[in-house]
Design a protein. Structure first.
Length: 817
């Protein structure tokens, strides 16, 4: 397909449209095809998420891809009314992402397509449009099985836009805003605009660009703060011009990450004028910030050193699947921020554009990443199949779309690629991709995440920033791995730092620690980090991992071990933990399950204990203390039941039923306080935390009574009646006194009244294989989640009820406005 040709530099390499009109005689592309029996859907839409999950030992789609039916072909059809008054305009279909191998026909004519499911693309509908009548759009997507190491989602899972412009218009992603010489008092803002003339006559245009300040919601405020000098140019018929200009802005409000800085945003608004008449306006969001990458000291944003407290995030939104929803993504970022997280690596593919709008507005620092594989495959049907034809257009399109986002600070063009193993040949592939990125954006550094390549190999010579996955802490260093043929690596930070004194090092993946919320297994490892095994943090019969937060994948490390290793290597600029939220697919160590165990927050968005371990270290000024485990162990009376405490304090005293079990202090490179000899008696555990000798905060955990009632709370009680907004409602099982009962898994039934619908339910259990669309859900260790959505244009009161057998039922009201 020639749809990517704008992103292929060498004309000889551009793609040629296939002869004739392939697919033109297929019934689904015809205007008169009767689609009345087809399902009516709204975009964004993920056709695989409703399931059912594929159960049993040999599913067609395995645990790796989430046991959901993502494979196969789907068709989408939509009728477009294009009025006669649009004749002469250019009409585009802008697709934010289609999973995958998208092909589009309009009125039976092949328009184009794009194979890689994560990239955004534009198709020109103009030549195929019938002005003043009904137009039939038909969209085919084809998802191969074994295409990813996680759940990819399926279908038109991001927004699709119809864009109408004057034939003379700002091109697709046609502006580049860069900033330099930045201080509190002044900044230089450079603007480049590409203007396309799709018409048959030459045009003379003027381009007027003003800059507006944006508010926290991303809306422009007040009058323009400055205007660029007017640009004038002739644009020859069928061609493009690129115009450049710059201004100096006094007293710029800088963009930077909270809590120490503010993510102030601006937008350029470009108006094209022809004979004095406005023919196009184009808005570009940007931020003004200086970045410095210092190999010894790390990353500086506006001259302040910012240690990257980052997480990796996959693109699915849990029970909502891959179908993008702004509120669901915003909620994830809010929860991550509460933990002290300031950076996100989008693993291993570009996110929805609205997600970068959120990171821009909220002030997260982002690694924007494009590939999990190059020429060498990881799964039989991954990107390697199309790498020769599509690596250039995909890489350039990715950078061109996102290069104005201030939150993006590093481009990553590969994760743990097979080319790590092919020396010079692999490095040559890397260099080719590196050059594409740099040609599109010379202002930002690049990285590749390496879990194998060593400092004396050719690959790390290529990227600007060294990205290490797990190698910093060392891989499989314990005795049990001696003699294994799998990767074994001594700790690498010092070795890479010595070899590349001019490159910043980032841990692009750390930890891969595992746990299941609310599950505690005994005995508890004395080591600070242990691979999961049956009887050592894991139980393969129930497919759960202990929440003592000491257990990791074989090649990973516990949180405590990573913290220690990073503090011993202060030149490392930060870490991106594998990972933030649990995601669909890749349920290591139990492939019977549907979703990961490595998140610090479970798939439903409930915090695991690990969340608090990160919070204690990443958010040190927040007085907090977390005790684990829960204290409901009737079968352990008289048995040793270790108690661990995560706190932002430096010392704590533990009491069991009023009796002190001693005060403990964190030693250097210690991140938890542990009382490993506590003998279980029901009652009350209380911890009093201290910081610098002063009382800091305290916390109590009590043995609860029997399950008695349900209790519902919502993340937001007011939502907007736009048919998109969501409320995430948590239902707890409590005892008579309102205490959560930790080990209850009662079945809960949800119902709804008023202008809203139940979109999905979940409980965060990786091994729960009930369809997300079910209105019933077993609680998992006391909690369940129901997600409701407003109805478009129908404000009013929504009532959600939850009941469970003889337990006292609960109801909650959500106002849709
Ligand atoms: C890494 C990989 C991630 C994920 C993780 C799981 O090696 O880059 O995509 O698979 O391991 O532990």
């Amino acid at each position: 397909m020639p749809s990517g040709n704008d992103f292929i530099k060498d004309p000889a390499k551009r793609h040629v449209r296939p002869e004739g009109n392939p697919g033109g005689d297929f019934p689904y592309v015809q205007l008169n095809f009767d689609d009345s029996s087809w399902e009516k859907i709204n975009l964004p839409h993920d056709w695989a998420i409703k399931g059912p999950f594929q159960i049993g030992p040999n599913p067609e789609v395995g645990g790796g891809m989430g046991r959901l039916p993502v494979n196969g072909v789907a068709w989408y059809r939509k009728k477009l009314d294009i009025s006669v008054s649009d004749a002469g305009k250019s009409i585009f279909l802008d697709v934010d992402g289609a999973m995958s191998y998208a092909i589009v026909w309009l009125n039976g004519q092949l328009v184009g397509g794009w194979p890689y499911g994560y990239n955004s693309f534009r198709l020109d509908l103009t030549p195929f449009i019938k002005f003043g009548g009904e137009n039939q759009l038909a969209f085919r997507v084809d998802n191969p099985n074994h295409s990813a190491r996680w759940y990819p989602g399926a279908g038109l899972y991001r927004n699709v836009w119809l864009t109408k412009t004057n034939p003379v218009h700002v091109g697709q992603w046609g502006t580049t805003v860069t900033t330099k010489d930045i201080s509190k008092t002044s900044a230089t803002i450079n603007l480049a605009i590409t203007i396309d003339n799709d018409s048959k006559t030459d045009a003379t245009i003027e381009a007027v660009t003003e800059i507006y300040a944006l508010d926290a919601e991303g809306k422009s405020t007040g009058k323009a703060v400055i205007r660029f000098a007017t640009l004038k140019s002739k644009v020859i018929a069928g061609e493009s011009v690129k115009l450049e200009t710059s201004v100096i802005l006094r007293n710029p409000k800088l963009w930077g990450p909270p809590p120490t800085q503010q993510p102030n945003l601006y937008a350029t608004v470009t108006t094209l004028l022809q004979s004095g008449k406005s023919i196009d306006t184009y808005e570009t969001r940007f931020g003004i910030r200086s970045l410095e990458f210092n190999p010894d000291k790390g990353i500086f944003v506006n001259n302040e050193r910012i240690f990257l407290k980052g997480v990796n995030q996959h693109h699915d939104l849990g029970a909502l699947g891959a179908a993008f929803n702004i509120r669901a993504a915003e909620r994830q970022l809010e929860i991550l921020r509460e933990m002290g997280c300031n950076a996100i690596r989008f693993a291993h593919n570009p996110p929805a554009p609205e997600l970068l709008e959120l990171t821009d507005r909220m002030g997260f620092l982002v690694i924007d990443e494009i590939f999990d594989s190059w020429e060498r495959k990881k799964t039989p049907h991954d990107f390697h199949l199309i790498f020769p034809e599509w690596s250039e257009p995909d890489t350039r399109a990715f950078v061109r779309r996102d290069r104005n986002c201030p939150s993006v600070i590093i481009w990553s063009f590969g994760n743990e690629v097979g080319e790590q193993y092919t020396d010079e040949a692999g490095a040559a592939v890397a260099k080719r991709l590196y050059d594409f990125v740099k040609e599109e954006d010379p202002t930002r550094p690049t990285t590749i995440a390496m879990n194998y390549a060593k400092s004396d190999m050719p690959l790390p010579l290529v990227p600007d920033v060294i990205g290490l996955n797990y190698q910093g802490e060392g891989i499989r260093q314990s005795l049990e791995f001696e003699g294994t043929e799998r990767i074994r690596t001594a700790p690498q930070y010092d070795i890479f730092h010595a070899k590349f004194p001019n490159k910043v090092i980032i841990s692009t993946e750390t930890a891969s620690a595992f746990s299941s919320r609310g599950i505690y297994l005994f005995p508890v490892s004395k080591e600070i980090s242990s691979p999961v095994r049956d009887g050592r943090g894991g139980d393969s019969k129930i497919c759960q991992v202990s929440s003592y937060e000491l257990y990791a994948v074989d090649f990973g490390s516990s949180v405590d071990k990573v913290f220690g290793s990073l503090e011993r290597h202060p030149f490392v600029a930060g870490e991106f933990v594998w990972n933030g939220f649990d995601y669909l697919g890749e349920p290591t160590p139990y492939y019977e399950a549907r979703s990961s165990y490595s998140g610090m927050i479970d798939l439903a968005g409930f915090k695991k204990d690990r969340f608090y371990l990160y919070q204690s270290h990443w958010h040190p000024e927040l007085p907090m203390v977390q005790i684990l485990p829960h204290w409901n162990w009737p079968e352990r009376v008289g048995e040793v039941t270790p108690v661990h405490v995560f706190t932002s304090g430096d010392e704590a005293e533990l009491f069991l039923n009023g009796k002190s079990l001693g005060k403990k202090k964190k030693e250097e490179y210690e991140y938890r306080l542990r009382w490993d000899d506590v003998v279980y008696q029901p009652g009350e555990l209380k911890v009093v935390a201290y910081k610098n000798g002063q009382k800091w905060t305290e916390e109590v955990v009590k043995t609860s009574g029997e399950a008695f009632a349900l209790k519902a709370t919502a993340d937001r009680n007011d939502i907007s009646a736009d048919g998109k907004d969501l409320s995430f409602i948590t239902v707890q099982i409590t005892d008579k006194d309102g205490l959560m009962v930790p080990r209850t898994n009662n079945r809960i039934e949800f119902s709804i009244e008023g202008p809203g619908e139940i979109v999905a339910t979940d409980n965060g259990d990786s091994y729960n294989l009930e369809s997300f669309s079910s209105h019933q859900r077993d609680a998992f260790n006391g909690l369940a989640l129901v997600i409701i959505r407003s109805e478009s244009g129908k404000p009013g009161k929504i009532t959600v009820k939850a009941k469970s057998g003889s337990l006292k039922e609960t109801r909650i009201e959500i106002l849709s406005k």
